[in-house]
Every structure is written in structure tokens, then in C-alpha cells.
Design a protein around this ligand. Sequence first.
Ligand SMILES: *Cc1c(COP(=O)(O)O)cnc(C)c1O
Length: 234
Amino acid sequence: MSIAENVAQVRERIAAAARRAHRHPEEITLMAVSKMVEPARIRQGHEAGLRVFGENRVQEFADKVGSVKALDGCDWHLIGHLQSNKASKAAELFHGVDSIDSLRLAEKLNAAATGLRRKLQTLLEINIGGEAAKSGLAPDSQELASILRAAPTLQALQIRGLMALPPFTDNPEGARPYFRKMRQLRDAIADRKFPSVTMETLSIGMSHDFEIAIEEGSTCVRVGTAIFGERPQP
Ligand SMILES: *Cc1c(COP(=O)(O)O)cnc(C)c1O
């Protein structure tokens, strides 16, 4: 199937999942994950109407940005772990960083974006399965609370919600309890009304489980394989 056909099919599945959950499909952003995807195929995705893209690595995007920056109206987000020594490069290249996982990184990004007179859309990444191999903030951590409290001083960052990658299970239903916990955490943080923080975005759901994520309240699904096909192994 072509990329355009894949995009159409993913959009239909998003709409069907939204209807099942009595939600409006327009509430859900389709982020196309274009890591390891070459610019010509990204361009095909753009022609099929994709406008929000997720990349995993600063260096990979730095290498291809020249070939994709002419595409109209695109929003590029970093969704992979960011080392603080690459914060200034990330602030320069991306519109959003969805993988903030420490106060130190938030401060570095804020300083870099301030220097560039840019505003960055950001999400806080939560390690919802408590997995040692994954980055992200523990849901009940002091570190998470510190970032939320520091938001008014992080003036170049718009903290807009949470992102998570639950433990992988063959059966996508295995992700449901983690998605539900993410929704509850998002709502609990929103209730506390931290100044300069909104919780409008809940970025959960990937190719094999995005419908379940939508049923559980996702507002942004990050879909790679179902749009661009299997990735080559790095
Ligand atoms: C690769 C990746 C995705 C997309 O995964 P697919 O299974 O290909 O849809 C989503 N989110 C993050 C953080 C990723 O690294």
C-alpha cells in the first residue's frame, strides 16, 4: 500500500476509535513518526496531508532537515531521549520536545530557546511502567513536581501535557491499564492548576495500540510503522 493509502486507513481507524469512545476525531492529532524514514517518503506523507512529525534523534534530524524544511506548515517534534549536551541543537531544530525527563534538561532547553528567541512546545515524558531501560519521570517523583513548580520560570517552554511509552506487550490490550494511569495522572496534574502549565495533550498510542489509547483519552497518537512501513533495523 502507498503512504497515502496508509494515512487514509490510519485516519479511518482513529475516527472509528474516537466514535467508540464518544469523542470527536478532531481532538486527536496524528503525529507521523518519521525516524529512519528518508526525506522522499516524508514528502509523500506531507502530500497525503501529514503536518505533525516526530523524530527520535537530534543528529538524524539535523542530517535531513535541509531536505524537509521547505514542506509547508509542518510541526517537528523530538520524541526520543534528549541528552542535555544536545539541548541547544534541539531548541534550534524542533518546534516541540515531547521527551522532557528532568528539571536540568528543562532548564537547559529553556536557556537555549531563550537565546534563540524561540518558544518550544513541550511534554513531560512519564515512565509509566517503571521500566529501568526507559527514560521518563516517575509519576510520583519529586523531579516531576519540581518541573511543574518551575514552569513560570521556564518562560520559553510551553508545558502542554504528558507523553508515555508503556511496556511492550504482544497483545495491545496489555497497554490499556498504563494508558488509563496516564489519563488519571494527567487529570490529577490538571486539577492542581500549576501556573504556566496546561495539560491539554496526552501523547499515548503507537501503531499497534493507538486505538486503545484513543479509547483511554489520547489526544496525540504517534504512528510510524502503520504509515511508513517497517523500519530498517538501526
Ligand atoms: C518509534 C516510536 C514511535 C512509533 O512507533 P511505531 O510502532 O512504528 O508506530 C512512537 N513513539 C516513540 C517514542 C517512538 O520512538
